[in-house]
Design a protein around this ligand. Sequence first.
Ligand SMILES: [Zn+2]
Length: 321
Amino acid sequence: MARAVLDAPHFHDEAAAFAYVEALLWPQGPVCPHCQAAGEQVYRLGGNATRIGLHKCRSCKGQFTVRQGTIFESSHLPLHLWLQVIHLMCASKKGISTRQIQRMLQCSMKTAWFLGHRIREAMAEKHGIFTPPLGGAGKVIEADEAFLSRDPSKKLKGPGPALPVMSLVEREGKVRSFHIPDVTVKTLHTVLARHASKESRLMTDGAYAYRSIGWNFADHAWVNHEEREYVSRQDPSIHSNTVEGVFSILKRGVYGTFHHVSEAHLKRYLAEFDFRYNTRAKLGVDDIERADIALQGAKGKRLTYETTGRRGQASAGGATA
Ligand SMILES: [Zn+2]
């Protein structure tokens, strides 16, 4: 199936790739990235000696292509190869490794690694102050935390030197995952307060931290994992299996595909897994549409070696910016 999809011209032909990305990023026609001029003010440069996709702005006299101001800027990789990698990352439930990208493109590990992270950046949802919380009246939010081992070869015994991750899932809806500094009441409360609507029903495991903050919600129900209760015996709608499922895909990706995820880049891997979950087939999104959504996120997310290298920080505020 993947073969047939990858037979499309924009995965092989550079001009077709430009046309594809231009249609997605410039639905109203080209826009000058220097001065935002559009319409009559900008035009495509022709001629055989001209680079594919080159445009000129009458207003500021600047030249540009659709790559400018996106994750594709300052990369020498042809656009059609970018589109292949984006498609595969969007279509692979557990992600694809840097080595696999390297083999596919026959490029250096550094190029492959950087490419993967730029695509993750395109997938990342920015939670600004106007982003509404998950859930709402009559909706269920499941919250839980998981620990990712810094060294997957060693079995985890308790939280120890592991990386704590908290996820909130709206049942039948979307997920938001955060790399948090610790699993104290204060941290969990901060994330819930920012990202979960208080009108929702909250469902968790029996951890004390949730019991002490659950009263903020319309209702709080929990299952007692310590007593091997995974679905409430009284009310089968009470469980945290949805968020457990999210963690199981994440762990299979981190341990099976990536083998190792550093603290500095954890939030980008979380963004990648959240993205695929939030555009999953069950919500009516197919592989092609998912790749198109990722492409639209490529705008305004130029990632440089400098910003990639910046140390990632766990954030109790749950900010993913
Ligand atoms: Zn201009």
